[in-house]
Structure formats: structure tokens, C-alpha cells
Ligand binder design. Structure first.
Ligand code: S3P
Length: 166
């Protein structure tokens, strides 16, 4: 089986759903942000603070490539992986792309209580979410399958994905 790439905005459930999905399918799970953090022995927040977003985007591309050398994995990606169209084209070659969506209110609720998302560490996170979603919507729309997770549990999302891909 080729890889399954989970994409979508912050707070749509990619990491939790990705882990569950991998258990149900009996294949490996890799969270790209966690992989980057362990490779560099630092946090995403520190990378943004010390080296900036552009540098983070280079790391993201590099490690997406590295992880994707193997097949049979569920890979959950950071929400900004789609900014570079080349990453989308690459994931399409290496497997299927599944996009998770959620309402702005739900994203806000799910991301409110942690400060480890530098892009949402702003005075008005709601406006920032809206703006980034607008900027990225054409990119997210290129997924092979899209699921709105607003009203669903991670279990239900994982089951829907399995029903759709099998
Ligand atoms: C980002 C999403 C984050 C992380 C970084 C940037 C984005 O990942 O990669 O903070 O640009 O949307 P999650 O989507 O897993 O929170």
C-alpha cells in the first residue's frame, strides 16, 4: 500500500485521527512535526522563533521527502505543508492525500489552550485562522478525499476514511 497523507488546517484532528487510522490499518504512523522536532531536538515554536517560518518550510519539505522513502505509512503533516504546491504534487505521487476540515469555531476551540502553534499565537487568532484558511483553500481542495470533522469523533473520522479507501 502507498502512503496515506493527512493534511488540513491546525486543529482539524490530523494527529489523533492519523494515529487511530494507522492502528486500525495495522501500518506505521508518522507525525511529520514530531519527526522534525525529534530530528532537530527542538520544538516547532523554537524553530519559528529562532530561524523563521521560511526555514521551517525548508525543513518540512526535506523531512516529508525523507519519510516518504518508505511505503505503508499514515503520515500526518503540519497544516502548512500545502503552501508549496511541489509538496502536494510529491504526496500525490507517493500516495493518497486526505484532507480534514473543521469550522473556524471548532478550530479555535481545539487550538485555544495550547501555545505551541506559533502562527496562532496572535491577539486575534480567529481572524488569523480565517485569513490562512482563505489563503490555503485552493490547496486543501486538491486532496483525494475531504472529511469535515466538526461533528465527528476521531473514531468516526478514521472509519469514514477506511470505508472510502477500501
Ligand atoms: C502550521 C501547522 C502546525 C505546524 C506549524 C505550522 C501551519 O502543525 O506545522 O505550527 O502553518 O498550519 P499542525 O497542523 O499539526 O498544528
Amino acid at each position: 500500500m502507498k502512503n496515506l497523507y493527512l493534511i488540513g488546517f491546525m486543529g482539524t484532528g490530523k494527529s489523533v485521527v492519523g494515529k487511530l487510522l494507522s492502528v486500525k490499518l495495522g501500518i506505521e504512523f508518522v507525525d511529520l512535526d514530531s519527526y522534525i522536532q525529534s530530528k532537530l531536538n527542538t520544538t516547532i515554536t523554537d524553530i519559528f522563533a529562532q530561524k523563521g517560518e521560511d526555514y521551517f518550510r525548508q525543513l518540512e519539505k526535506h523531512f516529508l521527502n525523507e519519510i516518504s522513502q518508505e511505503d505503508n505509512q499514515v503520515i500526518s503533516c503540519g497544516g502548512g505543508i500545502v503552501i508549496d504546491q511541489k509538496n502536494i504534487d510529491f504526496m500525490k505521487q507517493r500516495g493518497k492525500i486526505i484532507c480534514l476540515n473543521a469550522s473556524i469555531d471548532k478550530i479555535l476551540e481545539r487550538t485555544r489552550n495550547n501555545s505551541n502553534r506559533p502562527l496562532l499565537n496572535v491577539e486575534n487568532p480567529q481572524a488569523r485562522i480565517k485569513h490562512l484558511l482563505e489563503q490555503r483553500s485552493d490547496k486543501y481542495a486538491q486532496a483525494d478525499l475531504t472529511i469535515d470533522t466538526t461533528q465527528l469523533t476521531p473514531q468516526q473520522v478514521a472509519e469514514k476514511i477506511i470505508a472510502d479507501i477500501s
